[in-house]
Design a protein around this ligand. Structure first.
Ligand code: C5P
Length: 290
């Protein structure tokens, strides 16, 4: 096999807590993560010229090592002793960029799954996750995805029961938010509130959607940043449209609402699209097979 295709699914944070700043500059986190059906499409072709290139439908996506997908490919080939193999990566991006949905990380994880298929599954899931976490904090989760508790930088993963059946309306305002910038702002003031992660895990375990929605919380929404006002407004509008809960995902700027009825979710997405550049309905996706 010389080429293959792979879906790169977005992630949402059902909760996000930051527990401490570490001596290496990263932060320890406790997050409930969920893979969702919104995805980029990746195709990989082996080439003869020894170079790794990435082409995308978005002109501003870098084609070289600044792109996490290219970095993941380089690391994979190096790890299995095939450095020097040429690759053409093609990405059709649908996940909004700079949205807190792990768009770049999910592309990198899809590259790892796809290359492992092209190379007859030489690496185990654990090895792929380890390679992934060296590329970016969210990449390890994106390798197998599903519903998981992520700790540490995001690389310490425990699979959870699938989310109760629901529809997700994902919205993104015009602006994007830089992850390092928001971490710096978070460091500047003590956090006033933390999510009830234990209660959230119990709600998921029991399949109680309403209890889950009551416990969704992202500490970044409390950071002193004027853009959080817009985030709060979008959250309020999603709740007005019937969402059982709504929060920002990751370091934003995307916000999502959880609905129990498909028609209501579709209607909410239609209304939100009138005001915002991006709104869609997605569904939770289970673990991705290698
Ligand atoms: O690992 P990744 O490249 O996604 O992280 C981007 C930036 O986000 C890091 O350079 C760091 O500033 C911040 N970060 C952090 N703690 C984490 C994850 C990311 O401080 N757990």
């Amino acid at each position: 096999m010389r080429q293959t295709q792979e879906m790169a699914y977005a992630k949402l944070n059902i909760s996000l807590d930051v527990t401490e700043k570490r001596s290496d500059g990263f932060h320890n986190m406790v997050m409930v993560m969920q893979t969702v059906s919104l995805c980029d499409e990746l195709s990989i072709r082996m080439t003869e010229d020894g170079r790794i290139r990435c082409r995308s439908n978005l002109h501003f996506i870098p084609s070289d090592e600044r792109n996490l997908a290219v970095r993941a490919a380089l690391r994979y080939l190096e790890r299995i002793g095939e450095s020097g193999q040429g690759l053409e990566l093609r990405l059709h991006k649908k996940i909004p960029v700079g949205a807190g949905m792990a768009g770049g990380s999910s592309d990198a994880a899809a590259v790892l799954r796809a290359l492992n298929r092209l190379y007859d599954r030489r690496l185990s899931l654990e090895e792929l996750e380890e390679l992934g976490s060296a590329v970016g904090s969210d990449v390890a989760f994106c390798v197998a995805g599903g519903t998981a508790l992520a700790r540490g930088r995001g690389e310490l993963l425990s699979p959870l029961e699938p989310l109760p059946d629901c529809e997700l309306v994902i919205c993104k305002p015009e602006f994007s938010i830089s992850t390092p910038e928001l971490f710096r702002k978070l460091d500047a003031a003590p956090l006033r509130r933390h999510p009830d992660t234990a209660g959230l895990l119990k709600a998921i375990e029991e399949g109680d959607l309403h209890a889950m929605c009551r416990r969704m919380y992202n500490v970044f929404e409390d950071v002193e940043d004027r853009r959080m006002r817009t985030v709060g407004e979008i959250r309020g509008r999603l709740l007005d449209h019937g969402a059982l809960g709504a929060i920002m995902t990751g370091t934003g700027s995307a916000v999502f609402g959880v609905f129990d009825r498909a028609e209501q979710a579709e209607q909410a997405a239609r209304e939100m699209k009138k005001e915002l550049p991006f709104a869609c309905v997605a569904r939770p996706v289970g673990r991705i097979s290698r």
